[in-house]
Design a protein around this ligand. Sequence first.
Ligand code: NDP
Ligand code: GDR
Length: 372
Amino acid sequence: MKKKVALITGITGQDGAYLAEFLLKKGYSVHGIKRRTSLFNTDRIDHLYQDPHEKNINFHLQYGDLTDSTNLIRIIQEVQPDEIYNLAAMSHVHVSFDTPEYTANADGLGTLRILEAIRILGLTTKTKIYQASTSELYGLVQAVPQNENTPFYPRSPYAVAKLYAYWITVNYREAYNMFACNGILFNHESPIRGETFVTRKITRAAARIALGTQEKLYLGNLDSKRDWGHAKDYVEAMWLILQQAQPEDYVIATGHTTTVREFVQLAFNELGIELYFKGINEAEKGYVKSCNNPEYQLPIDKEVVVVDSRYYRPTEVDLLLGDPSKANLKLGWIPKYDLQSLVKDMMQSDIKEAKKNEYLKQGGYHVLNYFE
Ligand code: NDP
Ligand code: GDR
């Protein structure tokens, strides 16, 4: 039987890496679009690399960018994909306030470029497309839990760009009968989550603070609530969405919500360290209440978490809580990880990483300084 061919944009990101691994295991031939960068950006997929000089390889990378139509048309023409997963995006909500025009171009128009490429190339009946939509579309709370019928109210340039991408996907489905679907995914994390998203920032810092190589963790809004799941579960949902008889949009979430503050506590708890918080808003701080792990020497009442207003956003999304009933029922999608096992997975990985770095430092291997 002929192998199915998938094209993944954003393959070097968290979801792209997990999805590529998942599809390769399913026997797909996987093509990915990566950006040209001055330093290597393929850390997350290096373990999947196959030498292009060999025969019969099923993992291929090409240079490309969502802001470049001609490049997208050429790649899609060459690859002739059965499925496209459009995961590429400037995905950081806070950064989108600093780069709003670029974000609109990549995240909004980028989606249009892919849909148009499929149409121009006459692939509307062959190629199915998954669009990485987001719970950020709900923005200012209209109702909870949020499902496929909850009204949108985006609260950042990122979310507004993704709103365009959401509707242009629906429009191409209706106008040209394309198999084009939105997965409205709530926050999903993992040990390979980008280090500036709040969960990874927390688990990385907790590990370093426990080992005594970082003093404090500076955070913004601790009251913000998110519905956090594991990226491994969420990429499976992306695939399931494209295997259905009809193209439809789906909410993918856990159905539980947690504050940033609680996530901090859970992360430190994983290391046997209990925290307590005092003060409100920008004056809030987190302190060590107890440390039950003899490996870590943290004194009681040590200040380890500090709120810094530079991490506040001009407009915040206060509460996200998804209702995944449709996905549970129609896709048969049930996540394997809960919040506890997610935090455990991330903490175990970050403590290992922090210990490795410490070990190398003690062995005399300092970070290379090219300018010395
Ligand atoms: P990441 O930030 O980890 O990955 C984003 C990917 O997009 C990277 O491969 C990045 O390349 C690439 N990229 C960025 N800009 C461009 C561009 N102009 N052209 C081509 N590629 C580009 O995001 P995630 O993996 O976490 O998320 C995947 C998608 O899902 C994104 O669209 C995100 O907005 C969306 N999403 C994510 C959720 C989450 O909780 N993770 C929830 C809901 C939606 P490089 O490595 O070079 O930077
Ligand atoms: P989010 O994720 O904005 O939900 O977007 P992020 O982890 O950045 O923020 C979650 C919440 O934590 C608060 N917060 C902080 N956030 C960051 N990054 N850094 C901090 O120091 C900090 N302190 C508090 C934030 O204000 C926010 O309320 C993610 C991205 O993956 C998007 O691409 C995706 O669409 C959505 O999830 C669903």
